[in-house]
Ligand binder design. Structure first.
Ligand code: ZN
Length: 298
């Protein structure tokens, strides 16, 4: 993804893994082979591998920069995290993410704000890093913005069953350590962060995948873009909106939110900044007969 200039605000992609190849039957519980086959004609090679019948997701953060203020939205899986149930996320030790940050001229000390659209394992990982056997915030000077409703929802689940690690262990190693240092800020959906005279960040409530999921709207002087978290995982869902992601916590609500968001972005023509689309990632939703299709930016 090339740098997107919204007028006084830029957005870049900071990549942990540009294309993780997954079993589509794991990613979408209710997919079947005929559904896959009827979508093969339009899916680009970076979205689906016909030879192996595997579907790809990208894992990246978005870096928002305006007037010297740097924001990271969603922080992927992270390094050295123990995730025994998902081998492709277990004990990662990659250097691409930090190298990507450095390529944009930034160190961890330069990030002023971290935002998490929701608190699932692949959106909070780089919140913390391992130091002398302890999890500490990766970004020492950042406030971490978590949704109050999202936080309360997961906290209640953990309280109901204290012995079982929730969110594949990420609640304990990637969320609570940030709360302990006082860097977490729990916000409502009306949260606004002003970046300039007209430049700002606002939230769009999109619950369903998780109880307090939000999208992050980035507004500049000449345009805006919506970071959509896990409201939608893969462009196949524009044609097959019934596909249930394995992380959707409230399936009917997640589907209703996904379809409403699709219509909203198709009607407005607003730029979509998806958290898991591979390839160029950003693009626009276009009506296409009874369905919709995704038009990637160059
Ligand atoms: Zn995700």
């Amino acid at each position: 993804m090339k740098t997107i200039d919204l007028g006084g605000v830029t957005v870049d992609k900071i990549v942990e893994n540009p294309g993780l190849w997954l079993d589509p039957f794991w990613l979408f519980h209710n997919i079947d082979q005929p559904t896959i086959d009827r979508n093969l004609p339009w899916m680009q090679d970076f979205l689906f591998d016909r030879a192996t019948n595997l579907i790809s997701l990208s894992f990246h953060s978005f870096l928002i920069r305006a007037n010297g203020f740097n924001v990271l939205v969603d922080t992927c899986v992270g390094n050295h995290k123990t995730r025994p149930g998902t081998p492709f996320w277990n004990q990662l030790a990659g250097d691409r993410y930090m190298a990507d940050l450095a390529r944009h001229g930034l160190t961890t000390a330069d990030i002023h704000m971290v935002m998490c659209t929701h608190l699932h394992v692949d959106h909070v990982g780089w919140n913390t890093r391992l130091e002398d056997g302890r999890w500490v915030p990766t970004f020492p000077n950042a406030r971490y913005i978590f949704g109050q409703k999202e936080f309360d929802g997961h906290a209640a689940r953990q309280a109901a069953d204290p012995e079982t690690p929730i969110n594949r262990g990420s609640w304990a190693d990637s969320v609570l350590p940030v709360v302990e240092t006082g860097q977490a800020e729990l916000v409502d959906f009306d949260f606004i962060h002003t970046l300039g005279l007209e430049e700002r960040i606002t939230l769009l409530p999109t619950p369903g995948h998780t109880p307090g999921h939000f999208c992050v709207n980035v507004e500049g002087r000449s345009g805006q873009g919506l970071i959509t978290g896990d409201a939608i995982h893969h462009p196949i869902q524009f044609r097959e909106p019934h596909l249930v992601n394995n992380g959707d916590m409230d399936v009917p609500h997640a589907r209703a939110t996904r379809e409403a968001l699709t219509r909203r972005l198709a009607d407005s023509g607003e730029l979509m900044l998806p958290c898991h689309f591979a390839g160029p990632t950003a693009g626009r939703i276009r009506p296409d007969g009874e369905h919709f299709r995704f038009e990637f930016l160059d």
